[in-house]
Design a protein around this ligand. Structure first.
Ligand SMILES: C[S@@+](CC[C@H](N)C(=O)[O-])C[C@H]1O[C@@H](n2cnc3c(N)ncnc32)[C@H](O)[C@@H]1O
Length: 345
């Protein structure tokens, strides 16, 4: 498992390099449309012509032909001869029927709920305020709660990201010794289910807003850990579940400013026993000028969240200390996230 490709400036001609970097918008939307139309699913049983793909997806033959030509050029699909197209390895990742799929991620990245706020990044940079709220009139998580169809797309995206990261986290961090693990803001619970599967004696508590409950129940059952994991719904800024000796939060702290993070970490501190572990799974921004996934992800936080940000190790250390935890170590993984381990002091 490798880290996702980071936009990486080529070393060649600056004109070409800058132009190519700005093509990201076109490329992202083209891949999104392929995912939205389900083209990969229509190719999973073998090559098909443009006419067949257009008929299957209800799209215009001319549009599909041009989309496929562009995406063959990018290596997502391939020419199978006889005017037919087939899946390339990247295209396989857009199938909806495989356990490792990026379809959910791609659908979120190109969906209005993400696309429109990014179109107003300039306002977020000018004001420091989330463009999301300006456009949709409320915060992203309130919007998800009010729009289950959009929440489903977002949760699928999180599950797709989780799939990429979970194997890396389970391989890198030693969870042995934890009896009950609470996953706070655990979404549909893919991370928790994977940890429980790797540790048959461990029990889990999956905590999130009510909108995640149905998908979570299905996922835990599918993964065969429902009997060892209870689901609790609630607002993590009001409480977190009692009864765990460790709390894990993946892509949660980066959603919030320091004040909200401290409220949340304070609840974890109260809920955990002495010596209890706090495990924050997030990007830890490395020092230096090298390109890093977290440096671009940080802009997503700027556009979508109220004060969310990617933090470096010193910032995590200060945050944990202010909440009564000692940062004991930062465990890197093969994915762009690390496990920031704190112990209740
Ligand atoms: C970025 S997602 C991360 C999901 C999951 N941990 C993962 O890594 O795949 C943030 C999660 O926080 C949850 N969340 C947001 N506000 C919350 C709140 N006030 N109480 C509980 N969960 C909340 C969302 O529903 C969502 O599942």
């Amino acid at each position: 498992m490798t880290a996702p490709t980071t936009p990486r400036p080529a070393t060649g001609d600056p004109i070409e390099t800058l132009r190519d970097l700005t093509l990201g918008k076109w490329i992202s939307q083209a891949i999104y449309v392929a995912a939205e139309l389900g083209i990969a699913d229509h190719l999973k049983d073998g090559p098909r012509t443009v006419a067949a793909l257009a008929a299957a997806t209800g799209a215009s033959a001319d549009g599909v032909a041009r989309l496929m030509r562009a995406l063959v050029g990018l290596g997502v699909f391939a020419d199978a001869g006889d005017a037919r197209f087939k899946l390339a390895p990247m295209g396989e990742l857009l199938r909806s029927d495989l356990p490792v799929s990026l379809r959910g991620w791609v659908r979120y990245m190109g969906h209005d709920v993400s696309w429109r706020p990014w179109g107003q990044l300039v306002e977020s940079v000018r004001t420091g305020e989330p463009a999301f709220d300006r456009i949709f009139g409320m915060g992203a998580f309130d919007y998800m709660s009010a729009h289950p169809d959009v929440a489903a797309i977002f949760n699928d995206a999180m599950t797709a990201v989780s799939m990429m990261e979970t194997m890396a986290v389970v391989a890198a961090y030693d969870f042995a010794g934890i009896t009950t693990l609470a996953d706070v803001g655990g979404g549909h619970g893919f991370l928790l289910a994977s940890i429980l599967k790797a540790h048959p004696q461990m029990r889990g508590i999956l905590f999130d807003l009510a909108h995640a409950e149905e998908g979570a129940a299905a996922l835990l059952a599918r993964e065969g850990v429902a009997d060892r994991c209870r689901i609790e719904s609630g607002d993590m800024f009001a409480r977190v579940p009692e009864g765990a000796d460790a709390c894990i939060m993946k892509h949660i702290i980066h959603d919030w400013d320091d004040a909200h993070s401290l409220t949340l970490l304070g609840h974890c501190h109260r809920a955990l026993p002495a010596g209890g572990k706090l495990l924050i799974v997030d990007v830890v921004v490395p020092p230096g000028d090298e390109p890093h996934f977290g440096k671009i992800l940080d802009l997503e936080m700027l556009v979508v969240t109220h004060g969310g940000r990617e933090r470096d190790k010193a910032e995590f250390r200060r945050l944990l200390a202010a909440a009564g935890f000692t940062l004991t170590r930062v465990v890197p993984t093969l994915a762009p996230v690390s496990v920031v381990e704190g112990v209740k002091s």
